[in-house]
Write a protein that binds this ligand. Structure first.
Ligand SMILES: CC(C)(COP(=O)(O)OP(=O)(O)OC[C@H]1O[C@@H](n2cnc3c(N)ncnc32)[C@H](O)[C@@H]1OP(=O)(O)O)[C@@H](O)C(=O)NCCC(=O)NCCS
Length: 302
């Protein structure tokens, strides 16, 4: 569909394959499937969930929230449900929001879902069509002893970078029209260089800050589960923070950048491989449109 080069994609982006949702599937379908898997894996019923957060940049519709649609699809009618818009940092933001509600005792079982179908906002005739795949993942958060769970998290936003990744049309600024369609304004546009330059500055900043907050050194980190923008960006980040690459888990080779879906899909894969042992320090980090970025350290409790 577009002039590109598989060797370039693999070397620079780290992508070999990706998944695209079928024409009948929308973001809430992927999200609901991930949620049901998480409920089953955790031994919970849908009615046990009291809060649902869906992190997505590709909601089914502008209204209602995708979270309310997911609530209905999985039958979690005891839950409050809302969407969270932080694009590629969405799941990390969602984890942090969930942890606040749990630590204040407001909610007890929080379902955080990261779900995106970027295939719906991709212009297949442009070479940036190679970056993204569709996917969703989910986690259920609950309380644990005080010396486990979140040791630290830091979230940041910097709206000065707001349009380096954007989906211009379909909102109140450029409502959908024949003009916006003709101009392709319903597709995402991205400044790849700006993402790279920003990501390699802000991810190390956020990571070094959470390490300091938790009074840990980089050597105390057992696993890093980052958002997966491009392999070059991740390698540069780990070089700066001094984390051996073997500690970094990736899945962009199979799914590409699934935006909100990346970290929870990776978390599930690592969990299924038995790598999330009790007491391990897991580092999460993400950067996305906004700019939004941040990092968190969780001491795993199982
Ligand atoms: C995408 C990225 C690898 C491109 O690197 P770069 O050096 O900035 O790339 P440029 O756009 O200047 O392109 C340099 C060369 O790469 C090649 N290239 C770029 N895009 C390509 C594509 N889709 N397919 C094949 N080759 C490509 C071309 O040879 C290009 O040279 P040309 O412009 O003369 O044709 C880098 O910017 C990056 O990693 N950005 C982060 C993007 C990201 O993470 N996005 C996720 C959003 S959260």
């Amino acid at each position: 569909m577009v002039e590109t080069n598989p060797a370039w994609i693999e070397e620079n982006l780290g992508i070999k394959e990706r998944r695209i949702a079928s024409a009948e599937q929308c973001t809430s379908d992927l999200a609901a499937a991930a949620a049901l898997n998480a409920l089953e894996a955790g031994g919970y019923q849908p009615m046990d969930i009291d809060l649902i957060i869906v992190a997505t940049a590709t909601p089914d519709r502008l209204a209602p929230s995708t979270a309310c649609i997911v609530q209905d699809k999985i039958g979690a009618y005891n839950a409050v449900a809302f969407d969270l818009a932080a694009v590629c940092s969405g799941f990390l933001y969602g984890l942090s929001v969930a942890s606040q509600f749990i630590s204040t005792g407001v909610y007890h079982h929080v379902l955080v879902i990261g779900a995106d179908t970027f295939s719906r906002i991709t212009n297949w005739k442009r070479r940036d069509a190679v970056f993204f795949g569709d996917g969703a993942g989910a986690a259920i958060l609950t309380s644990c002893p005080y010396d486990h769970g979140f040791l630290a998290f830091r979230l940041y936003s910097d709206g000065r970078g707001k349009f380096n990744f954007t989906i211009p049309a379909g909102g109140s600024e450029y409502p959908a029209s024949a003009h916006t369609i003709a101009e392709g304004m319903h597709y995402f546009s991205m400044n790849g260089k700006a993402v790279y330059n920003t990501g390699t500055q802000v991810l190390p900043k956020a990571i070094l800050q959470v390490l300091a907050d938790a009074n840990l050194s980089i050597n105390d980190i057992d696993l890093m589960l980052p958002h997966q923008p491009s392999i070059r960006l991740l390698k540069k980040t780990t070089e700066i923070i001094g984390l051996p690459w073997q500690k970094v888990q990736t899945n962009m080779d199979k799914y590409a950048n699934t935006s909100g879906g990346t970290i929870p899909i990776l978390l599930d894969e690592v969990h299924q491989k038995g790598m999330l042992e009790h007491g391990k320090n897991i580092l999460f980090a993400a950067v996305g449109s906004g700019w939004t970025y941040g990092a968190a350290i969780i001491k795993w409790h199982s």
